[in-house]
Design a protein around this ligand. Structure first.
Ligand code: 5GP
Ligand code: ZN
Length: 113
């Protein structure tokens, strides 16, 4: 399958990986939008949030738990951070393999653009 994040998960495209387990991988975003910008992806290919099945409930929970743990590990949990999952064009999704953005290390603004 011609999917960038499947290739990162398989190790055929390099990334600055900071965490991995049997379900997810986390790595630095190549174009960081904050001092800390990590991506948490499932090893399993799921194109968008619209493609989740009830079987993926544990996986999605694990992605969020992993993001929260990483926020703590990189020292932004106390000051705060933001998790984002973009969906389809109006959501600003560019890579069609679901991913949680973990953003922090600066004051983030609301509402987002
Ligand atoms: P989306 O817009 O789909 O929510 O986010 C895709 C994210 O993937 C963007 O923040 C973008 O900078 C990041 N990205 C795109 N290509 C690569 C890549 O080859 N390596 C890494 N580490 N991040 C990438
Ligand atoms: Zn994929």
């Amino acid at each position: 399958m011609d999917c960038l994040f499947c290739k990162i998960a398989a190790g055929t495209i390099p990334a600055k990986q900071i965490y991995q387990d049997d379900l997810v991988i986390a790595f630095d975003d190549i174009q960081p939008q904050a001092a800390q910008h990590k991506l948490i992806i499932p090893r399993k290919h799921i194109a968008t949030l619209n493609d989740l099945s009830p079987n993926d409930t544990h996986l999605i929970g694990h992605m969020v738990q992993t993001a929260s743990k990483l926020a703590n590990d990189i020292g932004i949990a106390h000051d705060g951070y933001r998790l984002v999952i973009n969906c389809n064009p109006h959501g600003g999704q560019a890579v069609y393999h679901i991913h949680v953005h973990l953003l922090g290390g600066r004051q983030l603004h609301w509402p987002p653009g």
